[in-house]
Ligand binder design. Structure first.
Ligand code: ZN
Length: 224
């Protein structure tokens, strides 16, 4: 069974489309979106419409939660170095532009998901097992062990940090899908491809090229 974990699309339909095409190419059978469908970007309505049209399983991210509640403190927790007023303004802009039915859809998203596939227990969440705004970094082996323990699972799948990795911690596996729409570790979209078979899990990070120039042009036009 091939399962894909996708995170942090952040309103980038160019990157999302490219990744969806790659999933089809790779013969992925199941796909889960690990939150942050929206962000400070012009493509939020397009991305949420596509998720709803395809009936994809999605979790809530910290941007999605901020967007439906109006609580800018979630964004500050997620980006402590950012200018608070800039974040408040961005949130107001994003909320104002997001269609009401899409807001209602985001409000109904769960914060975590547990499933067993091919005898492997998976726990999926946006940041860490119980926090939307705390991510798991590739170099933090202690956090890998702690998140597997808190998740009580064989595989913990997450996103939020925009840095993709796969790490073994004892018998378990921590998989950070990175970011589809706003990678911090390269120009390409990233996601995780997890292969599950007879109680065993393997994962690799896929990097998918997309039209970054077209995306940047759309963003710049939206800011004018
Ligand atoms: Zn996030």
């Amino acid at each position: 069974m091939k399962l894909a974990l996708l995170g942090c699309i952040h309103g980038n339909p160019w990157a999302f489309e490219a990744v969806l095409e790659d999933l089809a190419r790779m013969g992925v059978q199941e796909r889960y979106l690990l939150g942050d469908l929206v962000g400070d970007a012009p493509g939020n309505n397009d991305v949420v419409a596509e998720v709803r049209k395809r009936n994809l399983s999605a979790l809530m991210g910290h941007w999605d939660a901020a967007c439906v509640t109006g609580d800018a403190s979630l964004l500050r927790e997620g980006a402590p170095e950012a200018d608070p007023e800039g974040l408040r303004n961005a949130l107001a802009r994003v909320r104002g532009a997001l269609e009401p039915t899409h807001q209602a859809f985001l409000l109904g998203l769960p914060k975590s998901l547990r499933l067993t596939v091919e005898g492997v227990r998976l726990h999926l969440a946006h940041g860490s097992p119980h926090r939307l705004t705390v991510g798991v970094a590739p170099e933090d082996a202690a956090a890998h062990r702690a998140s597997l323990e808190a998740a009580r699972a064989d595989v913990f799948g997450c996103a939020h940090t925009h840095r993709a990795f796969v790490a073994r911690a004892g018998p378990g596996l921590v998989v950070n899908a990175g970011s589809v729409g706003q990678s911090a570790d390269g120009p390409e979209a990233s996601y995780a491809l997890v292969t599950l078979e007879s109680g065993k899990a393997e994962a690799v990070i896929r990097r998918v090229a997309y039209d970054v120039a077209a995306w940047q042009k759309a963003r710049a036009a939206a800011e004018r």
